[in-house]
Design a protein around this ligand. Structure first.
Ligand code: ADP
Length: 398
């Protein structure tokens, strides 16, 4: 049988995360990170079948970093690489699923730049560099927004003049779609339910956080909107605020739009509330020692998360389970417990011991018997991107 190796590439503004995924194996063959790209400190870190290594790549840009990756990938696959899957942050309304990258798809991705001005250009840089380096390989784009294209109009429209939607694309798109899809499908299989006949609330809690209602394998509502700022309190992002806040800050403090954007995206969330850190581990330790700001940040984070989950339940007709995932969701019994304490009206209750056990990659149920199912399931976006890429390549060859 031919090995199904897919290289998954995720380009950020100054970094590239990569993984070589063989879907028939549970661990990645090769994975790593090129970081601080464009600076003298640029470095490539990788892990190949358990052994770690790194190499300075001073002043490398995305293209050079990918070129450094090439021999590692060739060595790890013995030349047997089937294709490349690229994570692309925004697919607008055009991309409702993963798409093979050709010149038309590239044009369409370019046209979405106004919706994600920071991310689309770096995603494109990664794609273009990969096409040059691996011209013979099929390349596939997998979009963070695509899973949410099934939202009904009453969930994706803002109460704004229609022209803003029709002419300028102002609507709710949602993000983290790859994670919500992977985790909800895993939850169904874990519970012995058919994915196409199941109903889930998902809390993806990483540096960015979002909730999602998944019904019969489709996203029906999600907490992020036009941009990944809407919704939950996050590491450095405010989540929902009064929509008049921009004009209030501009008028009362004379702040520019750029300053307001920076504060809401980079200086708010649990970092802003605590005055200490955006990292939940640090905040949990500080709370133990009585830090007032950290205690408040955790309370607000959990209450707002519970409120979002309760509102997402409007999209369900039954609840097969609530799933926690992402760095915080997978590792923090405290956050899971505090959140669920606000969800008593949904009859959700955790088993203290099971909750404590599900950390560091351990998946499982954490609810009390006789109460709605609550699961901890580690997300794996790279694996889902590889599966989507492989699925598309198989369609093309069959
Ligand atoms: P990203 O969105 O960048 O992929 P992750 O999913 O890795 O982020 O999540 C990062 C968050 O997970 C950080 O806030 C980190 O503190 C938190 N986290 C990781 N381990 C723990 C833990 N043991 N307890 C609490 N929070 C944790």
């Amino acid at each position: 049988m031919q090995p199904s190796n897919i290289l998954v590439i995720n380009c950020g503004s100054s970094s590239i995360k990569f993984a070589l995924v063989n879907p028939s194996e549970s661990d990645f063959t090769l994975s790593g990170l090129a970081e601080r790209l464009g600076s003298a400190d640029a470095v490539l870190h990788w892990q190949h079948r358990g052994s770690k290594d790194s190499k300075p790549i001073a002043n490398a840009d995305h293209r050079l970093a990918l070129a450094e990756l090439l021999p590692l990938v060739e060595h790890a696959t013995q030349g047997k690489l089937l294709g490349i899957g690229h994570r692309v942050v925004h697919g607008g309304e055009h991309f409702t699923a993963a798409s093979r990258i050709d010149s038309k798809a590239l044009q369409q991705i370019k046209s979405l730049e106004p919706l994600a001005p920071l991310h689309i250009p770096v995603n494109l840089q990664g794609i273009e560099a990969a096409i040059k380096l691996f011209p013979e390989l099929p390349q596939v784009a997998v979009f963070d927004t695509a899973f949410h294209q099934s939202l009904p109009e009453h969930a994706f429209r803002y109460a704004l003049p229609e022209a803003l939607y029709r002419q300028h694309g102002v609507r709710r798109y949602g993000f983290h779609g790859t994670s919500h899809r992977y985790v909800s499908a895993q939850a169904a299989s874990f519970s012995g339910l058919a994915y196409g006949d199941s109903s889930w609330l998902i809390a993806h809690l990483g540096n960015g956080c979002s909730t999602c209602a998944v019904v019969n394998g489709q996203s029906r509502d999600t907490s992020m909107g036009l941009t990944p700022l809407e919704g939950l309190v996050m590491g450095t992002r405010s989540g929902d605020v009064d929509p008049n806040l921009h004009s209030h800050l501009a008028k009362t403090l004379g702040w520019s739009l750029d300053e307001i954007d920076r504060v809401l995206n980079q200086e708010s969330g649990v970092l802003g509330l605590s005055g200490l850190s955006n990292d939940m581990r640090t905040l949990e330790q500080a709370r133990e020692q009585g830090h007032v700001g950290a205690t408040l940040a955790i309370e607000v984070f959990c209450y707002r998360l519970a409120k979002s989950l309760a509102s997402m339940s409007c999209a369900l007709t039954r609840l097969d389970g609530l799933v926690f995932t992402g760095g915080i969701g997978e590792n923090s019994p405290l956050i899971r417990n505090k959140t669920v304490e606000h969800l008593k009206l949904l009859n959700i209750q955790l088993d203290r011991e099971a909750n404590a056990l599900c950390v560091r990659g351990v998946a499982g149920p954490i609810h009390t018997q006789g109460h709605p199912r609550v699961l901890v399931i580690p997300t794996n976006e790279e694996r889902q991107i590889a599966l989507d890429t492989l699925g598309l390549l198989k369609q093309h060859t069959s």
